[in-house]
Design a protein around this ligand. Structure first.
Ligand code: NAP
Length: 484
């Protein structure tokens, strides 16, 4: 079985690890970047770190004896990804600098043709199965304001940090106050001359007491049983965030109280507090885990602007109150184009149907993994598999195991490929959509949702439910395709 995995971030590495461990060793990973690591390769802004504790933001099958911090920073996570890929024999199978342009199913041969470009040269590979592990957060998005090109200063996106630009003493604007801004603002505030933070919507915060791993805890966690118990503890603590999102009138109110107390403690000034305070239920947007973002807004050289940016001028952003905020540099911490997933990559399934057409009403996939009409094509971190509270790595492992089991199912049935039945995909999707009713996710606009309000990013339940739902692909759910 020839398997091509597109993307060598945590999703691609999880898929390759699972396949290799189970004897499927014809695996090639194609990575657009010069190095593996995915989002952790690209996001190198100051303060880039994970807000999921290290022991759960790591694979269950590659547990480290020791982490340097409770919440790992970017460099350590990237190192961990590389070490894991090395240890499991994945690294030699990664082809970097390779941008996949199309994956096309051949109805006659019942194989996939994967086309890519490497150093300007077109390449082609034939595969029996394709795993698209391109992630949801890989295409930077910019604020939809006019005149961006008019700005005469410097500018870059948080996920494409310009390490060659010296921020020291500069007048800097940060547009956006999401998870990335919450991490980078406290880091750059003491360095720049003046910082203006543009906030469109406030956020709920919970503390993130990031610190070096306490020596005593580190000693205890060197024992595998203790590590397993610690992971379980973190896992259940994070499921509580999902509980809050799922039940905004009960658990969600408790979440808002805890968050509100943390925010009040950090913002004694009532005026600043009023500006920052969110106007939607706890958990509708991602709850930000930070103990240093709000205090950094209290600095005399930091200004929080909540007036809307109406356009960009040559000098800087012009806000609705008529003020031009003159700056030397604009940092766009404005997130990602999330709802397009692997598009604009061309993906064509049976009958030459493109996935863009199959998704005309929005991205959809059975358990976020398989799309009917696209045999033996699998998505990692596909539609409706993001989490507001848990660890994405937990989801990726469940998906990797599902891919492997589905391929084994095909092989056992003597088939060369398998396609999820359309009615199975539809029934599953209806169940997923129904589970969003009454949750906090539906109470505001966010990157999780399409323009018409459907949440196509998030799994509507708990991590445990996802693991149970994906545990066993059933033969009745698929059409098996035999060799012609
Ligand atoms: P994001 O959460 O999408 O935040 C983008 C920010 O830009 C929002 O505050 C948004 O405001 C703002 N924005 C967009 N257009 C604007 C405009 N015209 N004027 C002013 N503000 C504007 O992006 P992100 O912070 O890069 O995070 C994306 C995701 O990456 C996170 O949700 C998380 O899943 C992941 N992430 C995780 C970690 C971690 O520690 N695990 C760290 C960083 C990122 P609105 O809220 O009004 O839209």
């Amino acid at each position: 079985m020839r398997v091509v995995v597109v993307g060598a971030g945590f999703g691609g590495i999880a898929a390759a690890a699972e396949l290799l461990r189970n004897g499927m060793d014809d695996v090639t990973l194609l990575e657009a970047a010069p190095e593996p690591g995915g989002t952790w390769f690209h996001n190198r802004y100051p303060g880039a770190a994970c807000d999921v504790p290290s022991h759960l933001y790591s694979y269950s099958f590659a547990q480290r004896a020791s982490w340097t911090r409770l919440f790992s920073h970017r460099d350590e996570i990237l190192r961990y990804a590389r070490e894991t890929a090395d240890a499991l024999g994945i690294t030699p199978r990664i082809v970097t600098d390779t941008l996949v342009t199309s994956c096309v199913w051949d109805d006659t041969d019942r194989t996939w043709t994967v086309r890519s470009r490497r150093a300007g040269v077109a390449e082609e590979r034939v595969a029996d199965a394709v795993v698209l592990a391109t992630g949801q957060l890989d295409k930077p998005a910019f604020a939809a304001v006019e005149g961006m090109e008019d700005f005469r200063g410097h500018g870059f996106h948080s996920a494409r940090w310009d390490e060659g630009y010296d921020l020291r003493g500069k007048r800097v604007a940060v547009i956006g106050t999401g998870a990335s801004a919450a991490q980078l603002v406290p880091e750059i505030a003491p360095v720049v001359g003046h910082l203006t933070v543009f906030q469109r919507t406030g956020n709920w915060f919970l503390p993130r007491r990031d610190r070096p791993m306490p020596a005593a805890l580190d000693r205890v966690l060197r024992r595998p049983w203790a590590r397993r118990a610690w992971r379980q503890l973190i896992y259940h603590a994070l499921e509580l965030i999902t509980l809050c999102v799922r039940h905004p009138r009960t658990a969600g109110r408790v979440g808002a109280l805890v968050s509100g107390a943390h925010m009040r403690r950090q913002l004694p000034d009532p005026e600043l507090r009023r500006k920052v305070w969110p106007d939607y239920p706890f958990g509708c947007k991602r709850v930000l885990l930070s103990s240093d973002f709000l205090p950094s807004l209290r600095r005399p050289d930091v200004e929080l602007v909540t007036e809307r940016i109406v356009r960009m001028t040559a000098e800087g952003p012009l806000t609705e109150d008529g003020r031009v905020h003159e700056v030397d540099c604009v940092i766009h911490a404005t997130g990602f184009r999330t709802n397009v997933f692997m598009l604009p990559m061309e993906v064509r399934g049976t009958g030459g149907v493109s996935i863009a057409d199959a998704w005309a009403d929005g991205p959809r996939a059975h358990l976020g993994i398989m799309v009917s009409g696209f045999p033996s094509l699998f998505l990692m971190y596909g539609p409706n598999t993001n989490t507001s509270g848990g660890s994405i790595l937990f989801f990726l492992e469940a998906q990797a195991a599902y891919v492997r089991r589905a391929l084994e199912l095909a092989r056992r049935s003597g088939a060369v490929a398998l396609d999820v039945r359309p009615e199975v995909e539809e029934t599953g999707l209806e169940a997923v959509r129904a589970r969003f009713a009454g949750t906090a996710w539906q109470a505001c606009s966010s990157w999780y949702r399409t323009r018409d309000g459907r949440n196509v990013a998030n799994w509507p339940g708990y991590m445990g439910e996802y693991a149970r739902r994906t545990r066993r692909p059933l033969p009745a759910e698929f059409t098996f395709l035999q060799a012609r």
